[in-house]
Design a protein around this ligand. Structure first.
Ligand SMILES: Nc1ncnc2c1ncn2[C@@H]1O[C@H](COP(=O)(O)OP(=O)(O)OP(=O)(O)O)[C@@H](O)[C@H]1O
Length: 255
């Protein structure tokens, strides 16, 4: 059985289907890029993986265990809108990401000094050394986003969920963050799900690229049906599709 199994998952809001019949198996350590039209439910799928919300139908299981029912520290997340601790300095934000996974929740003495040194190495990698003692409110949006990515990668969760993590960054910084993420992945067995609007980025970083789309489409009622995974590309083989899951069909108005 796979590390993450998604079985016949549906999600509706106020009776409107957003996702329908989503099925996928993911092995530990795989990097899954997710692409699809705006509003088709990609972020919703990430929230279901995080167990921030529960499916309306179907189940998501992590490591043959129980259904994913609530968020826990095994699952780290970087969403589009950065979420750093405003009352902590930039360096302490990184230290916090490492220490929150421990029993005491915060480091003291020698461990704190060690964690600060590691935090400074991370800040150098993400280009934030010069603002280590500043508070997040003094940083630009792109810098806050880099800090949030640095935090998530420092915590080294088993499953990392990234929702357009590099969208706010300039092209040079984006490439530097790609390298940082790729190196970290090589060192850990992190399983990554990343939503992106950039296909090149999806194929460059991902082992697989999942496409979300609506296989059933009613032109008179675009919200009548939900989206599902319509393609599952093997990005390790230069993007040759190995699986076409659903053909798109136009549903007659009377159906
Ligand atoms: N809590 C909610 N309550 C009601 N509707 C919601 C809720 N969350 C999401 N939706 C709706 O579900 C649909 C899918 O949203 P979602 O953010 O998952 O799409 P997306 O593919 O990530 O979009 P984008 O690429 O623009 O970020 C949207 O129509 C959105 O309005």
């Amino acid at each position: 059985m796979s590390f993450v199994t998604v079985r016949d998952v549906w999600k509706s809001y106020d009776g409107r289907p957003i996702l329908e019949r989503v099925n996928v198996d993911v092995e530990e350590g795989e990097f899954i890029s997710i692409v699809g039209a705006s509003g088709c439910g990609k972020s919703t799928f990430l929230r279901l993986l995080l167990a921030d919300e529960l499916p309306s139908r179907g189940a998501i299981r992590i490591e043959q265990g129980h259904r994913a029912m609530e968020p826990n520290q095994e699952r780290g997340v970087v969403f589009q809108r950065y979420s750093v601790f405003p009352h902590m300095t930039v360096r302490d934000n990184i230290v916090a990401a490492e220490s929150f996974g421990t029993r005491s929740g915060w480091f003291f003495g020698k461990r704190l000094r060690g964690a600060r040194e590691r935090a400074d190495e991370t800040l150098a990698r993400i280009g934030l050394s010069h603002v280590a003692d500043n508070y997040p409110a003094t940083l630009s949006g792109g810098m806050q986003q880099r800090l949030a990515i640095g935090q998530a990668l420092t915590a080294q969760p088993r499953i990392l969920l990234l929702d357009e993590p590099f969208g706010a960054l300039d092209p040079g910084t984006r490439l530097a963050m790609h390298d940082f993420l790729t190196e970290l992945r090589a060192r850990t067995k992190m399983t990554v799900f990343m939503v992106t609007h950039d296909l090149t980025e999806g194929f460059k970083l991902g082992d697989r690229v999942l496409v979300f789309d609506k296989p059933r489409w009613d032109p008179h009622d675009p919200g009548a049906y939900g989206a599902t995974i319509t393609y599952d590309f093997d990005a390790r083989d230069e993007g040759i599709p190995f699986q076409t899951i659903k053909e798109k069909t136009h549903v007659p108005v009377s159906a």
